[in-house]
Write a protein that binds this ligand. Sequence first.
Ligand code: THU
Length: 132
Amino acid sequence: MSKNELIDKAIQIRERAYVPYSNFPVGAALVTKSGKVYTGCNIENAAYPVSLCAERVAIFKAISEGETEFVEMAVAADTERPVPPCGSCRQVMSEFFHSDMNIHLTNLNANTMTVKMDELLPFSFQKSDMEK
Ligand code: THU
């Protein structure tokens, strides 16, 4: 799957977002090592803090299906600059993504930026930090 095809999937799934509070739909698409794509959109709730971001929906869908190895992700929203993932999503990404994995961030004007996991969340807290 090309980078642009993956971005298209993130843009398409954004249409499924449940966003009655923010009216800010986000889409994400995650590729596994085996070549499968898991998509996610943000899902909000009247109790605002229990809402979930698109990135975490895609990651949790994949993990719950037994996937553990990921190679690429795309995230799309209608922003001025390429959409920056929130801090909670960066932490969840860093749990499952290699430090050199590419994450494509885009807006709807094809303004795209590709960052490595380690650039998105440097010096992240890891499982190994509890193993001293
Ligand atoms: N949101 C995402 O789904 N991903 C991001 O990268 C940024 C923020 C969602 C959370 C909430 O539903 C809405 O966008 C506004 O914050």
